[in-house]
Design a protein around this ligand. Structure first.
Ligand code: UD1
Ligand code: UDP
Length: 378
């Protein structure tokens, strides 16, 4: 059996928290540009109200056309489950292209299913590399890019990496940063948020904000204890607020670690409240990819508690510093941040218009592509 592509249809695949800020502006731009019918597919990788549902409402993302309800699991189980559920959807919709965003398991699963059906794969946020294969996201990035057809990049390092990997220059388009489109679109609401009042924070710049969820930092009990010890010392200078990712919460609970009162653990925040907290914090301590980028645009000092970043522009242009993962290195970076703040420059094209540029690039790509009249047999 063979299948005919629908040249007017593009599948947009999202599944985890950082995907939602990226698909929001993309869906908006698609819906403002007639000629393409976007089909939104939620893989269900993240499923809690405060990791998923809430972002759809706050960011104005349309209700997904399909919800695959894949849920948690080991990497193999989760990726396989998404692939299994996605294949019949793509076979039924027959999109000419599938857009995958970022570097999560939903990204690589979407790219694999689409490319094996002969559907063109568009990777938004392509080309980023940490060069650290112990990071599951790095494997997802490399595999996704190895089978993508159009590379929408956020920074020039992405172009350099893709060219080194043999991609052709005309497959690569610098579009800016979809996540930063969401930041600009929601800044007014963020400034009106009452989250600081609800948390009893009297003044801006009198607290630090923490997010940690990378397996290398939180799954290893010894490493987690090292980070908590560094944060405890910093909290003596500045109270810290820590909206805790569910992965981290379960590890902290299992570890029996005691946190001082000046580190306040709260549930993951909604996007607008979190943006408000970022904007008003004196420092952000994080291992998140997206938060490094948001801190850069907000001009808030950011200490990245990792040994590498796939987003070097946040260091070259922004307020980000790699602080490492040992207590000594983190405390030294904290002291450096206090005495020599980094100047802030916004990276090229991080201007709130990336969604438009993505859609233009996708339309041009589809118009110029040799889309076969049939997809491969499933
Ligand atoms: C995933 C991404 C990571 C991204 C992060 C953003 C991969 C490989 N990792 O990591 O790149 O930075 O999302 O937040 O795709 N859980 C819940 N509720 C939820 C979601 C998760 O309780 O709504 C718990 C489950 O116990 C689950 C664990 O968190 O097993 C981890 O979730 P998972 O999606 O596998 O990975 P993340 O650590 O969230
Ligand atoms: N974020 C949020 N609430 C929180 C923590 C983060 O809305 O409590 C947002 C943050 O503003 C950014 C995105 O989540 O837009 C980053 O996602 P995450 O850190 O989960 O993933 P990563 O970017 O590391 O892949």
């Amino acid at each position: 059996m063979s299948y005919h592509f629908d040249r007017t249809c593009v599948a947009v695949i999202a599944g985890a928290r950082p995907n939602f800020m990226k698909v929001a502006p993309l869906m908006r731009a698609f819906l403002l540009n007639p000629g393409i019918r976007p089909v939104l597919i939620h893989t269900g990788q993240h499923y809690d109200e405060n990791m998923s549902g809430r972002f759809f409402r706050e960011l104005g993302i349309p209700i997904p056309d399909y919800h695959l309800q894949s849920g948690p699991g080991s990497h193999a189980q989760q990726t396989a489950e998404i692939m299994k559920c996605l294949e019949p959807v793509l076979l039924s919709e027959k999109p000419a292209a599938a857009v995958v965003v970022g570097d999560v398991n939903s990204t690589v699963a979407g790219a694999l299913v689409a490319s094996k059906l002969g559907i063109k794969v568009v990777h938004a946020e392509a080309g980023l590399r940490s060069f650290d294969l112990t990071m599951p996201e790095e494997i997802n990035r490399i595999v996704t890019d190895s089978i993508s057809d159009l590379f929408l990049i956020t920074e020039e390092s992405g172009r350099r990496n893709l060219l080194k990997e043999g991609k052709s220059p005309d497959q690569i388009v610098l579009v800016g940063n979809l996540m930063i489109d969401s930041l600009y679109a929601n800044m007014k609401q963020a400034l009106e948020s009452d989250i600081m009042k609800r948390l009893g924070i009297p003044e801006a710049a009198q607290f630090g904000l923490v997010t940690l969820h990378r397996p290398a930092n939180v799954d290893d009990a010894q490493q987690l204890a090292e980070l908590v010890s560094a944060l405890s010392d910093i909290s003596e200078d500045l109270p810290l607020y820590w909206p805790m990712h569910p992965r981290t919460r379960s590890r902290i609970e299992a570890s029996g670690l005691n946190l001082p009162d000046r580190i306040r653990i709260i549930d993951p925040l909604g996007y607008v409240d979190f943006l408000c907290m970022q904007k008003n914090s004196a420092v952000i301590l994080t291992d998140s990819g997206g938060v490094q980028e948001e801190a850069t645009v907000l001009g808030v000092p950011c200490l990245t508690l990792r040994n590498n970043t796939e987003r070097p522009v946040t260091i070259d242009f922004g307020t980000n510093r790699l602080a490492g993962t040992s207590k000594r290195a983190i405390l030294s970076a904290w002291r450096q941040t206090q005495c020599s703040p980094m100047p802030r420059r916004t990276p090229p094209l991080w201007d709130g218009q990336a969604g438009e540029r993505c859609v233009m690039a996708i339309k041009k790509f589809l118009a110029g592509s040799d889309i076969p009249s049939q997809v491969l047999q499933a």
